[in-house]
Design a protein around this ligand. Structure first.
Ligand code: DGT
Ligand code: CA
Ligand code: ZN
Length: 589
């Protein structure tokens, strides 16, 4: 079992224990160990082999025993027993945005509710608000959360589907008879929300793929089994489709299963104009009809005299003709990214120190990074006061004197308050290298108020970037009332940069907004908003959004060297009241 699977198992134990009403400290122990396992550098299996499981933070004798059983047998009697004890409907209720295990337990205890339908009825009948610790706000939140769930019924965020797919790919690749495993479908195309996880397995001999996957500890049920296909549902509710194809038919099958159907149609029209047919070129009409007609997707596209079209562009949005005429943007890759401009550390609600974040960024080959903590009014996130900010600037300055191949920018993610003012004084904002302004409160305001706040921030001389501009949380919270066209117009007019927040539970701006932004000539920054070292990897998600929005490296801020970044900031372009030299704070351009 991998660390990730162990982590999932412990997290589930924690949830179930909480639903059962276990002592909070016990529940927290499972949650803490689950997080530690997720970020563990070494495989727990090798720690176990050396008898060192208890070196994992948060793991004592009891948890070590449970992990040992999972490692040895792939199962956990404790977890299986918990799953028996807790009604499955309660676990569904946990998936409702805004509903934690504690509230689910109270609702279950007092009202005997075990299904989402009963929960909705109780909320509509105003029976939730009478329960201890709840009110009409909880009721509203539940109804809104249920609406969101229904809207996204059976669709899951990319950030949940992708790690699961990677795990299954790794495990399947190791099985006898398996030549190759790849992700297909909307997941390969990088859609922010996907219906399921599609996996193509190239088979080169007898294999037990189906048997092994049906017994997988993450798998709750087999939905469908055919000779060359297996449909599963995981405990987390994710549907997984596994397609088995002979090795020599892998490329055509992979191309077919990647889609999208709209891309295929566009290819068909393009081929027809040239008196060609896709089937004759080797792209089957149905998966069963796949032949060993080409060895790679590149080969297929070249038969149509097209350059390779990456999956992110395969949506039937004119990509085929654009490819033909050389109008597709240059492909952005991780190598193009020179730095990350939205980072939290232990100073506010992050997990790691500035130095640790810097080391992680350097390991990725970055040249710079901006430390942007929350400001004081965001008390839940331990926002910084002006004094703490100054202390942090000292530390950053010291670090910069030490580093010769990397620059740390001293910044802030300042709150745009409900009345449109910023959460810090102008002279403090002016003294920093970079300022991101974001909305973290007053989400329910009318469009007029929201837009007034955003406009005030964008017209502010010391605001360089607007963070997560629409405020949406994927699958959990809709955006606040933003008028996107007006936002883009103002960004263009004021020279404010907009963020593509790469955190997979945001992806904000989304791909369509990113594409519109380019048309408005608005510069975008892909920022991870990382709260720990591991999350610097989320840059991948941001790049995927940018690719799907047809952006090229030149449309982005942080594909530039530091010098170019600083020059692009509003504060350094003389638009502000008093002009400050680039990097006046700590940066040395
Ligand atoms: P999803 O799962 O709803 O997010 O979207 P996809 O694109 O992954 O769709 P899915 O999982 O139903 O099928 C995976 C791919 O298989 C799809 O992108 C293209 C191919 N495919 C499936 N059914 C059809 C079909 O009826 N016609 C064509 N042309 N392709 C299909
Ligand atoms: Ca799919
Ligand atoms: Zn934020």
């Amino acid at each position: 079992m991998t660390n990730l699977e162990l982590s999932w198992a412990l997290a589930e134990m924690g949830d179930l224990l909480e639903l059962k009403g276990e002592e909070p400290f016990k529940v927290r122990a499972y949650q803490r160990a689950a997080r530690a396992l997720e970020h563990l550098e070494e495989e727990a299996a090798s720690l176990y082999a050396r008898g060192e499981l208890e070196r994992i933070p948060g793991v004592g004798k009891n948890l070590a025993k449970k992990i040992a059983e999972l490692l040895e047998t792939g199962r956990s009697t404790f977890l299986e027993q918990l799953r028996q004890e807790v009604p499955p409907g309660l676990r569904d209720m946990l998936a409702v945005p805004g509903l934690g295990a504690k509230s689910v337990r109270v609702i279950h205890q007092h009202l005997g509710i075990t299904t989402l339908e009963e929960l909705e009825r109780a909320a509509r009948e105003r029976r939730i608000r009478q329960l201890p610790g709840m009110g009409s706000k909880t009721e509203l939140a539940i109804l809104r959360g249920l609406d969101m769930l229904k809207e996204n019924r059976d669709r899951i965020p990319l950030g949940i589907a992708r790690p699961l797919a990677q795990l299954f790919c790794r495990q399947l690749s190791a099985l006898p008879g398996v030549a190759k495993v790849e992700v297909a479908g909307s997941l390969r195309r990088g859609c922010s929300m996907v219906g399921d996880v599609d996996l193509v397995v190239g088979v080169k001999g007898p294999t037990e793929v189906k048997e092994v996957m049906a017994r997988h500890p993450q798998v709750k049920e087999v939905l469908l089994e055919e000779e060359n296909r297996l449909s599963l549902r995981t405990w987390a509710g994710v549907k997984v489709e596994i397609f088995l194809v002979p090795e020599d038919k892998f490329a055509p099958a992979w191309l077919y299963l990647t889609g999208s159907p709209a891309h295929r149609e566009e290819l068909g029209r393009f081929a027809a104009e040239r008196h060609l047919s896709l089937e004759k070129l080797g792209l089957p009409r149905r998966l069963e009809e796949a032949e060993a007609s080409f060895r790679s997707e590149e080969e297929f596209y070249s038969r149509l005299e097209l350059p390779f079209i990456v999956p992110e562009w395969r949506e039937g949005r004119g990509e085929v003709w654009a490819a033909r005429e050389g109008r597709l943007p240059a492909l952005i890759t991780l190598k193009d990214i020179k730095g990350d401009l939205h980072i939290h550390t232990r100073y506010s609600d992050g997990l790691h120190t500035i130095r640790e974040m810097v080391e992680a960024a350097r390991a990725r080959g970055y040249r710079y990074m901006a430390i942007t903590e929350h400001s004081r009014s965001l008390a839940v996130a331990r926002g910084l006061s002006a004094e703490q900010l100054l202390a942090q600037r000292e530390e950053i300055a010291r670090l910069n004197r030490e580093l010769d191949d990397f620059v740390v920018l001293s910044g802030i993610e300042v709150d745009i308050l409900p009345d449109g003012r910023l959460d810090l004084e102008d002279d403090i904002l002016a003294s920093l290298d970079i300022v991101i302004a974001s909305i973290h409160s007053g989400f329910n305001q009318k469009e007029e108020q929201i837009m007034a706040r955003l406009e005030a921030a964008m017209r502010h001389p010391w605001v360089d970037i607007i963070g997560h501009p629409t405020g949406r949380m994927l699958g959990r919270r809709p955006s606040y009332a933003v008028n996107l066209e007006r936002l883009l117009e103002l960004a263009a007019e004021t020279g404010t940069i907009l963020e593509i927040n790469a955190s997979p539970d945001r992806l904000d701006l989304d791909e369509d907004a990113a594409r519109r932004a380019k048309e408005y000539g608005v510069l975008l920054a892909i920022n991870t908003d990382a709260h720990d070292m591991g999350r610097l990897e989320d840059m991948w998600y941001g790049i995927t959004v940018a690719r799907r929005g047809w952006l090229g490296p030149e449309d982005l801020l942080n594909t530039r060297e530091l010098d170019g970044v600083l020059k692009a900031l509003k504060r350094n372009r003389g638009n502000g009241g008093k002009h400050s030299a680039p990097g006046q704070g700590n940066a040395r351009p």
